[in-house]
Write a protein that binds this ligand. Structure first.
Ligand code: GDP
Ligand code: MG
Length: 180
């Protein structure tokens, strides 16, 4: 029998203040949602262990920027050795979508894979439980946007209603495995 393969993937979760980064992480890692996460200052980590298949175990280290987002960007230390990212916006606040470009540029300028490529980044439009129609009516525009900005995929998510969080993470893990 082949040895079990183990991976440790550092994943960044970035985006403007209040878009739901912490909530998405808590939902994904602890299956909980609360209205009251305090904006702690600094960097928070969460670890999710994934039994991907019989031969593959993945440790996903999720880096939450926890209060630093108000300063607009992060130091290189935060980005170092990351192999994937989520860029999150709030579907109910246009300004947070406008900031996506800035976050993506910040990522691409501060971290690359060992082979020099950009790290795979998935775009999340969070709080979709708050929207009647959601982004899906703009599906082709979103596809086009992702292509232009270099996102590997986009999802409408809700940390609150538990929509697409698992799916988005699964997609990103697939990308990171393919890059390894
Ligand atoms: P962060 O600053 O990006 O980490 O955002 P938080 O996770 O602290 O969330 C900011 C606020 O948005 C909190 O009041 C959350 O309860 C709320 N929130 C987060 N995700 C969702 C969601 O999917 N739906 C709704 N309706 N509210 C959310
Ligand atoms: Mg937070």
């Amino acid at each position: 029998m082949a040895d079990k393969k183990e991976y440790l993937f550092k994943v960044l979760v970035v985006g403007d203040l209040g878009v739901g980064k912490t909530s998405i992480i808590k939902r994904y890692v602890h299956q909980i949602f609360s209205q009251h996460y305090r904006a702690t200052i600094g960097v928070d980590f969460a670890l999710k262990v994934i039994h991907w298949n019989d031969d593959t175990l993945i440790r996903l280290q999720l880096w939450d920027i926890a209060g630093q987002e108000r300063f607009g960007n992060m130091t290189r230390v935060y980005y170092r050795e990351a192999v994937g990212a989520f860029v999150v916006f709030d579907v109910t606040r246009a300004s947070t979508f406008e900031a996506v470009n800035k976050w993506k540029n910040d990522l691409d300028s501060k971290v690359t894979l060992p082979n020099g490529q950009n790290i795979p980044a998935v775009l999340l439009g969070n709080k979709c439980d708050q929207m009647k129609e959601g982004l899906t009516k703009n599906k082709s525009q979103m596809d086009q946007y992702c292509k232009e900005k270099g996102f590997v995929a986009w999802y409408e998510t809700s940390a609150k209603a538990n929509i697409n969080v698992e799916e988005a993470a699964k997609f990103l893990v697939g990308q990171m495995l393919a890059n390894d």
